[in-house]
Ligand binder design. Structure first.
Ligand SMILES: [Zn+2]
Length: 246
């Protein structure tokens, strides 16, 4: 295990997390609307994407999610990926998907949306690195499995999304294809684990919210954060060879 690499990716994740509230706030709009550029409270204009301070200069209200939460999520996500992969040439692809994933999770929590441009960026950056590594190694079996993984998760979630009353949007379907790509590269057990883990994670959270009265039966819970967290757990488990994965 490469300790210095874990430190580097954790710090990188913390920086991503520090910058996440501003971008999350700007992207937390309804479908088809332009990015937010004015405070909802005092209408103070604020159209920078890169900003660490979250308080509105006009009224002091916090714009976007809590910075400690996004920083912890970023550090944990990229740190875990650095720990899972070590100095593997595919690490940059997973870090890119992880960083975008942190942002996607907070946008989904805010407005129950997974913006297409972010999901597409994750697909291009993650898939691009996998393609590059395949070309450099001139070995295409993992890439083929990654593409099949993307197709499988896309298919499974598409079927679920088409079931009437399913609490699952097409944003989730598209995201699951990207996660299927990244998990498929690691092997079929990782893919299966990544398919099941989100529901193992989301079930207890939903029950907790129901019992604490924070959510009712009709409340829409975002699935994106669970899909992303489940994929992260699947990656770590797959790379660290629990008994299940031999
Ligand atoms: Zn304000």
């Amino acid at each position: 295990m490469s300790v210095s690499l874990v430190v580097v990716t954790t710090v990188l994740g913390a920086i991503v997390g520090l910058l996440t509230p501003r971008v999350t706030w700007r992207l937390s709009v309804e479908y088809g609307e332009p990015p937010r550029s004015a405070c909802e409270n005092c209408n103070h204009k604020s159209d920078s994407w890169v900003r660490v301070r979250v308080a509105c200069p006009g009224c002091g209200r916090r714009l976007g999610p809590r910075p400690w939460l996004t920083t912890a999520a970023g550090a944990l996500t990229l740190g875990a990926l650095g720990w899972a992969f070590g100095p593997d040439p595919v690490l940059p692809g997973y870090l890119a998907v992880g960083a975008i994933g942190v942002l996607l999770a907070f946008v989904d929590l805010a407005v129950l949306r997974l913006p297409d441009p972010l999901v597409a960026a994750a697909a291009v950056l993650g898939g691009g690195v996998l393609l590059l590594v395949s070309l450099l190694d001139w070995s295409f079996a993992p890439l083929l499995r990654a593409l099949l993984g993307a197709a499988v998760l896309f298919g499974v979630y598409l079927v679920i999304a088409l079931i009437p009353g399913a609490n699952l949007g097409f944003g989730d379907v598209k995201l699951s294809a990207v996660l299927g790509l990244m998990l498929g590269w690691l092997g079929w057990p990782a893919l299966v684990f990544g398919l099941l883990a989100p529901h193992l994670l989301n079930g207890p959270v939903a029950l907790f919210l129901l019992f604490t009265g924070k959510a009712g039966r009709g409340t829409d819970l975002p699935l994106g954060p669970a899909l992303l967290a489940g994929a992260l757990v699947a990656v770590v488990v797959a790379r660290h060879g629990l008994p299940l994965f031999g």
